[in-house]
Design a protein around this ligand. Structure first.
Ligand SMILES: [Zn+2]
Length: 465
């Protein structure tokens, strides 16, 4: 895209655009006679598709709403973003109207919000004809076929009205419309002209979603990186984590690992962006700062060390994988639990949030029957251990897993049981994390009261999966 969108995105407090938002914005800005019908699910950032172009177009964008509440809501958001916006609607005084016309004449207005009935008033129409407009947007465009002929006939005359005003670009937005509905806009809105329907799902079928349960990230992350295809992006939530994990990954895997966050200097960022852009095997550990305006198409894996704040963030960050349309994997690390919630299709769970109807899943661990838990057999090993001995304390169970000999273990035949020395290869630090993961997840429990206090609780460890 020729326009630098970053300042506009910052104004609207968004970090990055969905591919379909970019596509709509590019169409509007790239074609000065664009005719678009855009069908986007609710909550998918529809307003940005006209708010952002409005900042770049030479004249105001007219946005037509069916309801006052929607107009007021849009006005509030525009004011918060500091984008010049005026509302033209019924019930305004002469003084208010005078103020609106003078603002429109001053060239500071980017968005003009109104409704079909007000725009049709002869006095309004006459004044508006003298004001050049760059773009007309009909939001909630399903009103055209829903209300057009009887309840609000003005909607049927919108095309003629916009023709009179000489608006070059016209875009209709709605959350739901069948092909037939959209075609009915041809006469009512586009005056018989051809138009393009952009129907965007939030889904990216080439992405495969899965969750990776872990006891210790120190252990699981390097293994996962080595297992998955690269280039890979690893998302962390803080700058400190980014540095720490990049260092750890580099040490454990010997791969080309670098890190990126908003605190780096412009020169460092540019250097790392250029390196990753060219890389076919690299690993970039980053905060959500990476991605704005970057179009690296061959990222094969996106890993999240923890879930981002909301589904939009998750989908946007996941969406950096596989822009070339080839298969790519999105993996979310989650703490290992012996009794996880019954798993639902990862894709369906995500898309349901955007109000999308249930469709077929093009790939996730649950639908493949591969959701993995536990990540390593320490849980079952302890279960077996608990079935044989009831008099081990925490230190001894840990020593058993690490293959170390304590006096109790020395006198027993425990080293012959399966699971002995399971963590022999692990560093103390990693073994400590694994142990904490077992305790936190409830994989291992100890009697907390009574004569067996502090000892391994037989049968309390979870069933083996
Ligand atoms: Zn699925």
């Amino acid at each position: 895209m020729d326009h630098d969108l970053a300042p506009a995105l910052a104004r609207w407090k968004v970090r990055t655009l969905f591919p379909y938002q970019e596509q709509v914005i590019r169409r509007i800005l790239g074609d000065d006679h664009s005719r678009l019908a855009v069908i986007l699910p609710t909550g998918s950032g529809k307003s940005l598709c006209f708010q952002i172009p409005a900042e770049f177009l030479p004249h105001p964008t007219l946005v037509i709403y069916p309801l006052r509440s929607l107009t007021a809501d849009q006005k509030r958001r525009c004011d918060q973003a500091g984008v010049g916006t005026v509302t033209l609607q019924g019930g305004q005084t002469r003084a208010q109207r005078h103020e609106i016309w003078s603002q429109l004449g001053s060239g500071t207005v980017k968005l003009l919000l109104s409704n079909p009935e007000t725009l049709e008033q002869p006095a309004v129409l006459a004044r508006l004809k003298a004001i050049p407009l760059s773009h007309a947007v009909v939001d909630e465009a399903h009103c055209i076929h829903l209300w057009g002929t009887r309840f609000r006939p003005s909607y049927q005359r919108l095309g003629a009205l916009l023709g009179e005003l000489g608006v070059p670009r016209i875009t209709a937005f709605t959350a739901t419309a069948t092909e037939q509905n959209a075609q009915s806009w041809r006469a009512a809105l586009f005056r018989g002209e051809d138009f393009t329907i952009l129907r965007a799902s939030a889904d990216r079928p080439n992405l495969d979603f899965s969750q990776e349960p872990y006891l210790s990230l120190r252990r699981s992350l390097p293994r996962t990186i080595l297992r998955e295809e690269r280039p890979a992006l690893v998302f962390c939530r803080s700058r400190e984590q980014v540095r720490r994990w990049a260092h750890h990954l580099h040490r454990e895997t010997a791969l080309d690992v670098r890190f990126y966050h908003a605190g780096l200097s412009r020169a460092e960022k540019t250097r790392i962006e250029a390196w990753f852009f060219e890389s076919s095997d690299g690993v970039l550990v980053t905060t959500n700062a990476y991605g704005l305006g970057v179009d690296k198409s061959n990222i094969r894996t996106v890993l999240h060390l923890e879930a981002p704040p909301g589904p939009e963030d998750y989908l946007q960050e996941a969406g950096r994988a596989g822009r070339d349309g080839r298969r790519a994997r999105v993996v979310l690390f989650v703490k290992s639990r012996p009794h996880p919630e019954p798993a639902e299709c990862r894709r369906r769970a995500l898309l349901a949030w955007f109000g999308e109807p249930e469709g077929p899943c093009s790939g996730c661990d649950v639908c493949r029957g591969q959701d993995r838990s536990p990540p390593l057999d320490a849980g079952p090993a302890v279960t077996r251990l608990a079935a044989f001995v009831h008099r081990l304390n925490q230190r001894e169970v840990k020593a058993f897993l690490m293959g170390r000999v304590t006096p109790t273990l020395w006198e027993s035949d425990l080293p012959r049981l399966p699971g002995w020395g399971l963590w022999q290869q692990e560093s103390d630090l990693t073994a400590g994390e694994l142990w904490k993961g077992l305790l936190d997840g409830g994989w291992v429990r100890f009697h907390s009261r009574g004569p067996w206090k502090g000892l391994l609780a037989p049968g309390s460890t979870p069933r083996q999966r």
